[in-house]
Ligand binder design. Structure first.
Ligand SMILES: [Zn+2]
Length: 299
């Protein structure tokens, strides 16, 4: 058994891929269009998987792994709560795909799936204790302890919601002062408004930073310092060897991570971990999802 199918479902995009270990043999990308309803999205997913399976002997496919943003029940493969993909709460995607394709199917939170990809094949492969963060619309996290993804009662790793400022900015979760309220697209938009007087797309700010624009560098540095505060807290609790940062906003690389490391060094009582960019970029989610059937899913 050689291959597996990975599905990375996001609020705006879905990637489906035929994967062999860390190699993507074929990938299909499509918009999620969750506003058109779950049956419509499921039909598109089904067609994509069908098309991927066309080119292989099905007996060689170990199963399907799905990464989905939100709270999930890994035992039943059920999406419990997905604020960014409306209409999927309490739906078992595992049951649906297993009955459609007769292949073992496993579900995990999308960032946990990405962490599996980075841990097994990417920036985390030489380490035992790894923290993964994705900075995009929100701030997702995953914790690997002694080579195993730590799930707690099922959903450990909600690092975006550790409080870094008492009574600070409002977070999407309803709380105030969460790390995610500062280090996310919401955070970068706020800083952009402060510094430029208007909201600029993160990629434009990144471009300007690369060209040496001091204001743009300052925007990323502010986010980076908050990120460093968060990582210092995590380091005190978990003392990992490496912290891997992915997601759209981490694309800015050193402009975000440089100030984060400086802040971390100032605040950490432990020897600080390495802070590195995710290796697989946009493909980490789908590669990690495809790893789920290989490991028999999360416990
Ligand atoms: Zn929050």
């Amino acid at each position: 058994v050689n291959y597996s199918i990975g599905l990375d479902v996001g609020g705006t995009k879905i990637s489906a891929a035929l994967v062999q270990k860390d190699k993507i043999l074929e990938k299909i990308k499509m918009p999620t269009e969750s506003e058109k309803g779950r049956p419509y999205v499921l039909k598109k997913i089904t067609e994509a998987v069908d098309s991927l399976l066309k080119n292989v002997d099905k007996a060689e496919v170990v199963g399907i792994g799905v990464g989905f943003p939100g709270l999930v029940d890994v035992k039943t493969g059920t999406i419990l709560k997905a604020p960014n993909v409306p209409g999927w709460n309490n739906f078992s995607i595992q049951k649906f795909l297993e009955s459609k394709f007769k292949l073992k199917t496993y579900l995990a939170n999308d960032v946990r799936a990405m962490a599996l990809g980075e841990k097994n094949y990417g920036a985390g492969k030489n380490y035992k204790n790894v923290i993964c963060l994705t900075v995009g619309t929100g701030l997702g996290g995953a914790v690997i302890i002694n080579n195993e993804l730590y799930c707690g009662k099922g959903n450990a790793g909600e690092i975006g919601h550790i409080i870094i400022v008492d009574d600070g900015e409002l977070c999407g979760c309803g709380n105030k002062g969460c790390l995610e309220a500062y280090v996310s697209s919401r955070g970068i938009n706020r800083e952009s408004k402060k510094v430029f007087g208007k909201v600029l797309p993160p990629l434009d700010i990144e471009d300007m930073a690369r060209k040496g624009n001091a204001k743009a560098i300052r925007v990323y540095a502010t986010l980076g310092r908050y990120l460093g505060v968060g990582i210092a807290t995590l380091t005190s609790v978990l003392d990992p060897e490496v912290v891997i940062v992915g997601g759209g906003i981490a694309h800015a690389g050193k402009y975000l991570l440089g100030p984060a490391v400086e802040e971390l060094k100032k605040r950490s009582i432990n020897r600080p971990p390495k802070v590195v960019q995710a290796e697989f970029g946009k493909d980490a989610g789908v590669i990690g999802a495809a790893h789920l059937p290989i490991m028999g899913g999360l416990k």
